[in-house]
Design a protein around this ligand. Sequence first.
Ligand code: GLU
Length: 524
Amino acid sequence: MRNGLSKDLIVRVLGGAPKYTIDDLEAKFPPRELEDGAMVTRFAPSPTGLMHIGNLYGALIDYKLASQSGGVFMLRIEDTDTKREVSGAVEIVKNAMRNFGLTYNNDEKYGPYYQSMRKDIYHSVAAYLLERGLAYPCFLKPEEMEEIRAKQNAAGFATGIYGEFARDRDIPEDEIIKHLDNGEVPTIRLYSTGNPNNRIYCKDAVRGSISFPENNEDLVLIKSNDGLPTYHFAHLVDDHFMRTTHVVRGEEWLPSLPLHYQLFRTMGWTPPLYIHTSTLDKIDAETGKQRKMSKRKDPECNVAFFMEHGWPTDAVIEYLGNILASGYEEAKMKGTVKTFWDYEMKPKKIPMSGALFDMKKLEWWAKEYIATLPVHVLVKNVVDWANAYGNDDNKRQVADVEYLTSVLAIERDNPKRIRKDFITWEQTLTEIAPFWDFLFTPNKEYEYNLDALQEFLATFNAADDKDTWWNKIVEIAGKLEIKPGDIAMNLRVALMGRTNTPDLYSLMSVMGDTRVRERINMIL
Ligand code: GLU
């Protein structure tokens, strides 16, 4: 500890009088009245313009823990890095949250939820630390810090502002006044009393208790350029006063954990329970090796990709749920739960490292998911997607909703035998494209049995029921001494341009008399 600063000096150092005392803040943001065990979580993105799939993964854990425990899930915008900010970035985050159904509850009482609007609160806590000699103003200039760093590198010391290198650690009041009179604006640094020869024990819900060397760095709490807090200080203040119980964040923050414990102890506050999530990896297509997903190489790294290409967001959530809760898939197979929302996930079971995100597996979840949808829900999703993201062809396809519905209704009436070839809304429209004349190209390669097509056309009556229709085909087959299946295959290719189609009778009924005749005649 050092000497605390006088109140007047604190006002000058911070560029204004602190608005609150700690007691004021404790009263303003009282502990939440929730049931025992209710978790309070927050998703705290920095608005960088891209929502990473890893962000969605973390936000899902936050949302799930809060919702399954009757707690609260918040969205906090960490916009203290004004240099990195991108316009429209917050909208991107909110839009993704909406699309993936992660509803947050930003109760006004604990707000504001933009860090840039919480300066008063951070400054009030900084004032408290300055008054007690737990923090100090530092007037080191960038070039001076550069010199220190060079010295440390040359001597093989750890870099940073600590111990003997922290020039202003014990700066007396009269010198502070001189700097201020000089027009200099200080950063506010923690007065660290940690000793790296000692160890500090921290807790992570997945990893258990982990020990680290104590931190001795005098970390920046408030930056000089804009008076905004660093992540470390903002996290301390916000998660305490928002009454967060569980902090879910990427494993890149694990090395900062001892520092965060130190900050909470300095304030005499209880730290939240931390959950550090592993990165999401993939198997590299070229090397076959597992690696981190990359913004540059992997389009699926960006959550917008899933919306743009019409992946069912519920299926993405189901798959992510399967990654983060190892028992979920089994429970679902056994039928004990229907969706991830019914499954109780355990923080302990969240993967500690190398969670794999595999597009092939996602395809499986998407197919299974779409197969559960009643036709009108499938239609609505396809139409909404086409209108929001589709190309002109997609938009034309969905213009006649009645026809679209009849096409999508094929093989959906028997719950045990629902077709499972739809993966995304985009791919669904591609899959059924031949049903539209403007998207259909006759297959000219196939070696048709023209006699069979001719005979079929001669007896074809769109009003026939399935048995009558099939009996006619059997009869023609007998006459031509070929298999009925061959005739069916000829018809599939003539009508859809390919050999693999849904139920032939249904597709003919949906296409209707004129279209069927036209397409067969085209071949003849
Ligand atoms: N803004 C931080 C990030 O995006 C948040 C980390 C946290 O959740 O505490 O990494």
